[in-house]
Design a protein around this ligand. Structure first.
Ligand code: GLN
Length: 490
């Protein structure tokens, strides 16, 4: 076994027992990145201090101190999270040279537990997209097959783990951006309950939907990462004050659940291989002891339109801070000087943002403008509440819900970039979870005929991560996917 093939638990245990050093581990991953990332483009920046940080962990161990349960574990961090003195771009020209003066709480917590940042991963600009093709730094490819996308928006984080460039990665999920790329790349990806993880230091896209979370090769690796990132934080007033009870080592796989299957999710334009993998998983879990019940989420058809109203409205407000004065990029005047302040704003934003980001700012600004606010944003907020209520009703009669993650497996790079509507519709199974603040996750269960990974989604009631993960461990066991590695890299 090479070091870069080990799990989070194996790495931290091996480092603590001095079987290998943290420096050796980070070198093994950095070497792999150097060898293969040209083909994938998973990283926007590498951390020049990575080896130094690993060395500090080794020194702590040598002194007999405990560096924490993630001792020396290298992590890949989506370039949406601020990292002190390490460039953070949100994959935008607007922040191409932005060096944050502080580190996002959830990243800092991982570091306090011993984790070492390898680098910052590629993503869709400001996390807007489903394929990682909206990045100022170029698209990111799928390690299972280089002609295909890694998914988005946390595509770089997914590709980094699937390509064995990092044992675990941090992503963010506003409407599916952890679960979708996890599913496309054969990984477990978790979007925790809204408020489980601090958003402090995570560049805002849609604040009422954004949530950080982990992506890993196994459910257990993600549990380790969750233990590293969850919990109250005085810097973010939307974080729950409930303490996070560490789950590693405690949580048991279980099939003793009543699982709801939403009838609205069983129809429509779902790819046949996605559907058959989902149905097979249901059959297998039935044999393993799970009880399934049919449930209904009647407002599901509105999830995508409501999501794109709410998300773009919040984005238009959040992104107004990029005005050329306070942050990052500022356009240069064509004449000697600007004719007006407005001209500076307009030129800066016209040149600094990519097409998809501009499309969303326009949409959101329109939805919030006076005269249209009630018809669009206010109405979407009301329907959002109905969507949430559907889930609360369903969870009266079942413990968890299972659903597909996406309508199709990974698609070819370039296939959908010019068809935003089609791209948006890919979010049909994921956005309702964010609109409702629920925890959701993707677990890999198999591959298509041509070898592209397929995942299933588990959705839980608010703060029911533990049940969700117990079922995920059982699915992981039965599916037998763990250990299969992406074979697109030569
Ligand atoms: N695909 C969705 C979008 O483009 C979700 C993005 C996300 O979760 N960050 O908005």
């Amino acid at each position: 076994m090479e070091l870069y093939q080990l799990t989070v638990k194996e790495l931290s245990a091996g480092i603590k027992q001095k079987k290998f050093s943290a420096v050796e581990v980070s070198r093994a991953f950095l070497k792999r990145i150097e060898q293969h990332d040209k083909q994938i483009n998973a990283f926007i920046s590498l951390n020049p201090d990575c080896e130094m940080a690993a060395k500090r962990v080794d020194e702590q161990i040598a002194r007999g101190e405990d560096p924490g349960f993630l001792a020396g574990v290298p992590i890949a961090v989506k370039d949406l999270f601020c990292t002190k003195n390490l460039r953070t771009t949100a994959a935008s020209k607007m922040l191409e040279n932005f060096i944050p003066p502080y580190t996002a709480t959830c990243v800092a917590r991982m570091q306090t537990s011993g984790a070492v940042i390898l680098g910052k991963t590629n993503m869709d600009e400001f996390a807007m997209g489903s394929s990682n093709e909206n990045s100022y730094f170029g698209g990111c490819r799928n390690p299972w097959n280089l002609e295909y996308v890694a998914g988005g928006s946390s595509g770089g984080s997914a590709a980094a783990v699937a390509g064995l460039f990092a044992p675990v990665a941090m992503g963010s999920d506003t409407g599916g951006s952890i679960r979708q790329p996890a599913s496309f790349c054969g990984l477990t990806g978790i979007k925790p309950t809204y408020g489980r993880v601090s958003r402090y230091g995570m560049i805002a896209f849609a604040s009422s939907l954004d949530q950080p979370g982990p992506m890993g090769k196994t459910v257990e690796d993600c549990i380790y990462a969750l233990d590293g990132m969850c919990g109250p934080d005085d810097h973010d007033s939307t974080v729950s004050r409930r303490a996070w009870k560490p789950l590693r080592g405690h949580i048991k796989r279980s099939t003793q659940f009543k699982v709801g299957l939403p009838k609205e999710y069983m129809v429509g334009n779902v790819d046949s291989e996605v559907m058959s993998a989902f149905v097979k998983c249901i059959e297998d879990m039935k044999k393993a002891g799970v009880e399934f019940v049919d449930v209904s989420l009647p407002h599901s058809p509105y999830a995508v339109p409501v999501y794109y109203m709410v998300a773009t409205s919040e984005a238009s407000s959040n992104l107004s801070r990029y005005d050329g004065l306070r942050f990052g990029f500022r356009a240069k005047p064509t004449e000697k000087e600007w004719s007006s302040l407005e001209e500076l704003y307009c030129e800066t934003r016209a040149q600094g943002f990519g097409t998809e980001v501009k499309r969303r700012i326009l949409l959101g600004t329109f939805a919030l403008s006076s005269g249209y606010y009630d018809a669009y944003y206010a109405k979407a907020s009301k329907v959002r509440n109905l969507i949430r209520q559907d889930f609360l009703d369903v969870f009266q009669s079942c413990d968890l819900i299972m659903a597909p993650v996406t309508t199709t497996p990974a698609f070819k790079a370039g296939a959908r970039v010019y068809d935003p509507m089609r791209m948006y519709l890919n979010d049909i199974f994921t956005t309702a979870v964010n609109l409702s603040g629920l925890p959701g996750m993707s677990v890999p269960v198999g591959t298509t005929q041509i070898g592209l990974p397929l995942g299933v989604q588990i959705i839980g009631p608010h703060f029911a991560e533990e049940q969700m993960l117990s079922l995920a461990l059982a699915i992981e066991d039965v599916a037998g996917f763990v250990g299969r590695t992406a074979n697109g890299l030569q």
